[in-house]
Write a protein that binds this ligand. Structure first.
Ligand code: SIN
Length: 303
């Protein structure tokens, strides 16, 4: 019998696999397809203080081995997430979830996190300072060590649950940003969010996406994500949730060898709604194939 259990700052998961924010709604939508309690946890749809309609369409561009999105943080706002979405999830998911929080000011990050911190269904706060699709928010906080640290400090000051800062790969030195978050009190680091990308339609000769650029995700970015998780593992002593193009049980193992404790599955859920389930079911055989008895033992094993 293999052991797939992992521990994210005291949040013990049956397995490291977590559907990534923005690819799994508020989770309960998938409960119609299978028993979502097999998941390690669920990273919920990105939540902001106020409701957001999101960006104008088209917001999606298909690419080889991935896709570009420019959703723009569409969500009902934190109060409705708490009053409407979490109760629906509670009926079908009996584990703790990961709240994913975005903001447009340090204060709005802190206020949103403070509200979600009071919810017993939430086991961990993933603070998204990496959304590439909004102006003066998201990624603008994650591209400087100083502002990343400011958001971290403000959130930590008003919360009790583990705080994981979700970082953008669209920087020169992601290890420096991760180290600044750790220094400011982050309990963990999530990485990577999407890479800025663009497609141009040959018929119209104009960008496919209304906002011109968006975030590229999917299997094509997996090697970049592994490289960055590896670099961040060397820079900080706090746990990492690795993500970016993870599509198989083997990818989960590779991400953990690079340094991840938890592993989020993103774009794969959009291609196949059963992707996270299939990965979890395939994990024991993949572990046996590579002589792994316990996943905990391989974290950072490639260093
Ligand atoms: C979006 O809603 O635009 C995607 C969220 C993100 O990339 O952080």
């Amino acid at each position: 019998m293999v052991n797939t259990q992992v521990d994210l700052s005291g949040l013990v998961l049956d397995n490291p696999v977590i559907p990534a924010s923005g690819t799994f709604g508020f989770g309960y939508e998938f409960a119609e397809l299978y028993d979502i309690n097999i998941l390690g946890s669920i990273a919920l749809k990105g939540t902001t203080l106020d409701p957001r309609f999101g960006n104008p369409t088209p917001r999606i561009a298909e690419c080889t081995e991935g896709l570009i999105n420019s959703v723009g943080l569409q969500n009902p706002g934190v109060d409705k997430v708490i009053s409407e979405e979490l109760p629906k999830l509670k009926k079908v998911f009996h584990k703790k979830s990961v709240a994913n929080v975005s903001g447009f000011s340090v204060e709005s990050y802190a206020k949103t996190c403070e509200k979600l911190d009071k919810e017993e269904q939430i086991g961990l706060l993933e603070v998204n300072i990496s959304c590439p699709n909004v102006q003066n928010g998201g990624m603008s906080f994650g591209t400087s060590a100083k502002s990343a640290a400011e958001v971290t400090k403000a959130v930590k000051a008003v919360t009790t649950k583990p705080v994981y800062m979700k970082l953008t790969p669209n920087v020169t030195d992601i290890a420096e940003i991760a180290a600044a978050c750790a220094e400011a009190g982050a309990d963990g680091i999530s990485l990577i969010n999407t890479m800025l990308g663009m497609r141009i339609d040959l018929k119209s000769k104009k960008p496919v996406i209304h906002n011109k650029m968006g975030g590229f995700s999917g299997p094509a970015i997996f090697p970049v994500a592994v490289r960055m998780v590896y670099q961040v593992y060397e820079a900080v002593d706090i746990p990492i949730i690795g993500m970016g193009g993870v599509s198989s049980a083997e990818d989960v193992i590779e991400m953990m060898l690079a340094g991840a404790t938890g592993v989020e599955v993103g774009a794969a859920n959009l291609v196949d709604p059963f992707a996270s389930k299939k990965i979890i079911e395939a994990l024991p055989a993949a572990m046996e194939k590579y002589g792994i008895h316990s996943l905990k033992e391989i974290i950072g094993g490639a260093h």
